[in-house]
Design a protein around this ligand. Sequence first.
Ligand code: DGL
Length: 259
Amino acid sequence: MQIGIFDSGVGGLTVLKEMAQSFASEDFYYLGDTARLPYGTKSPETIRQYAEQIMDFLAARKVDAIVIACNTASSQVPETLWKNIPVFNVIEPGAEAAVKATRSKRLGVLATRATVRSNSYTDKIHSFDKDIQVFAKSAPLLVGLAEEGWVDDPITDAVVARYLEPLLKNDIDTLILGCTHYPLLVSAIRKACGDKIRLIDSGSAICGKLAEKMSLKASEPTYINEIHFHATDLTAHTRILAQQILKPLVITEFDIVHL
Ligand code: DGL
């Protein structure tokens, strides 16, 4: 099976990595819209238009499923069919995993500005359990730090701590990493949160859903996935960072696309 997957940049590779390691017999077509990143500061109309162009590109590649590995795009595109291809977004699995994880019913969501404004996480969480209190915080600078590869840096630690402060003051017991770039900054997030708060990563959460809906089976890694990495702008920095994030998986092909 060929799975199409996209994000504004390299963040969605955190989702791809989880999926490729869980489903060793599937091939992946990734598209990072690096020329137009970030999405999180843009309007709903623009984000939806970009997402639809990318889904057209993936549909033309004849993928069997499309995974929106971007919370920001997920918050604007209803989970449905695109040209008869099933589309999966990361918000529902993330919200569901967080609802199961919280004990105190006090959930934090760290996400981009567009995702927070859309209210998608709060609405989805409340569709599972109306009694949960949701505290959301936008963290616009984190995408740039992750794309720059500043994953282990005192400046990143300080920025993360500042964004998390209001959520921690609200005494959350579970935190949704509501942007697929944030798992790259998990060590800074862990430092700021301590070890008592459960972290929910939508990448791991979506694997269960995909396995169920597409009948994907976890397989022994005897087959090496084909991983095609497409980007709307492809620099040496992007190539190195993409390969670094996916390690030990190996990117089969790099390609630049103009949408
Ligand atoms: N990785 C994306 C997300 O999950 C997009 C971040 C951005 O481009 O602002 O929201």
